[in-house]
Design a protein around this ligand. Sequence first.
Ligand code: OAD
Length: 234
Amino acid sequence: MAAHRNILILTGAGISAESGIDTFRGGGGLWEQHRVEDVATPEAFARDPDLVLRFYDMRRAAIQTREPNPAHAALARLEQLWPGEVTVVTQNVDDLHERAGSHNVMHMHGEHLSAWCTACGERMGWTGPLLDRPPCPSCDEPSLRPDIVWFGEIPYRMEEIHAALDRADLFVSIGTSGAVYPAAGFVRLAREIGAETLEINLEPSQGTHWFDEARHGPAGRQVPAWVEELLAGL
Ligand code: OAD
C-alpha cells in the first residue's frame, strides 16, 4: 500500500458512531425514528419548517457535545505524515474530522455548523438554534436554513470530488452503508481509473463486492490499525 501516492477516503456515519452520534440506517438509526420525508427534504421544510428546524437544532446542539474518536484522529495523522495527497470526502455533517486535525475535508452533504440564507444566498458558520428565525447576519432577513443537502438536492463540491477521485491511487470507504448515491458509486469510479479499493466497516456494506479488500469491525479499532500499517510501510 506504500506505493499509493494519493489516497481518497470516503467516510460515513459509522466513523462517528463511537463518538456517540447516531447512524442513519440499521437498528436505532435516525431514519428508524424519523421519516426522511418529514425532516430531510425541501418539501418537508416548505410544509413544516418548525419540525425540520427543531430536528436540526437538536442535532447541531448534540454534535457540539461529542468528541472525535481514534478513527478520526488516525485519518488526521495520516494526512499529516503521508507524503502524497490525503483527501477526506465525508457524507457526515458533524465537524469531528476537523476537530481531530484533518484539513483536507470536503463535506458533500453539508454541515451542521453552517447556516444558509435562502434570501441572499450567504453561508455562514452557525452554532446556535434556527427555530427562533434569527436574522441573517448578511441581509437581515429571517431566512436561514440548515446548510444540509436534503434528499432531492445536489451534493456539494462534486467537481472537486471527481477531480480528487481521478487523482486517487487508493480509495478507502469507511463507515458507510453504501445506500446513498452518488457517494455509493465512488468505488466504481475509483476502480475505473485503476485505483485500489478498501472498505472498512462494521459489517459488509451494500457495495462490499466492489472492493478489492474489506476489513470489518469498529472504525475506532480498524482505522488506526490500517493507518499504522500504511505508515510503517513508508
Ligand atoms: P448509514 O447509517 O447508512 O450507514 C452507516 C454504516 O456504518 C453502516 O454500514 C454500519 O454498519 C456502519 N457502522 C456502524 N457503526 C460503526 C462503527 N463503529 N465502525 C464502523 N462502521 C460502523 O450512514 P451513511 O452511509 O453515512 O444523508 O449514510 C449516507 C447518507 O444517508 C447520510 O449522509 C445521510 C443519510 O440519509 C443525508 O442526510 C443527505
